[in-house]
Write a new protein. Sequence first.
Length: 378
Amino acid sequence: MSPLSWLRRHDPGLRALRRAGRVAIVMPLLFAFGARVVGNADVATFAAFGSFALLLLVDVNGSRSERVLGIAWLAVVGSLLVGLATVVSRQPVLAALTMAVVGCVVLFVGVVSSELAGASTALLLAFVLPVATPGPLESIPWRMAGWLLAAAVAAVAVAFWWPAPPRSPLRGPSARTCRLFAERLVADRRVAAGELTGAERDEVSDRLRSAYTGLRDAFYATPNRPTDLGTSSRILVRLVDELGWLLTVDEQSPPVGPAQRVDARVVAVWDASVGALQVAADELDAMSHGALGRADDGEARLREALDALRQAVDVLESSAEDLPLGGLGEDAGAVDALEPTFRAQEVAFAVMEVTRNVARALQAERRPWLRRVLGRDP
């Protein structure tokens, strides 16, 4: 095996090599620029360590504008931390107390701002370095200038210098899970029609569970959640729980029996759920190349089918008390039992949550750059 093949196998996309290569070149150059050209030790130190933090300790992903925006947010927050740390650095007790507070806030900042959740180590370095090297208040502008210089160079590096292709470790597994669940619902319909055996449906269920296990493993394998600073990727993180809920609903409901009589309105909800999941999977696959914009249409069709089923269920529930246990009789007209309707509604609710989050992710992808700067998650 050639060295390059070995490296690609252990470093997919050469992402670690890109980051290490940038730091190995940028960090000494910025240190030399601050020390020899500017002639200020604070500028040299903070420019060097700032480039180390922003280029190596942060995995900035997404489009070019999203990468620059992520570095810009880190530049602003990091410079404020540098100033605060310098102010308290000459008082050891105050510095220790402030470090405890800042460390707690930064480590749990993902609860408030997911943009900074994946950059906690870099932000901690922005505070630890100045608080561990006491300096006068006059050094604050020079230290902040060094950090901002590093941020400016880092923004150019991640955007134009051997940029890694955008990636989202959750999109592919999420799309596969959506497609397999759609296939699972189609298998239920075919079993009810006598076109498929229960064993064949179980094979589809096994593939669905395997796909969701792969999605869950990809989610927990990331060092930080969300996996990057892109808005759409942060929204798609919610799909992990929602698809898990969808799988739980399916596993806890009794399966449809062979040749079981199922009302057309239940079948319509199944078909609408299948369509919505397939559209969601297509949108996830196309998100990196341009959204198709059909997620809302799938949800609208599903809502119409669900409303029709609810009306039928309301009629059935009002008359079910006089019917024998386990069936609604030949004159009920909707389903043999209420159980399939409850399962169809549960599945439909979970599918709608999935499609809503895919639609929100598409909305985030379409937002103009200025709204991405000023706005929040939809």
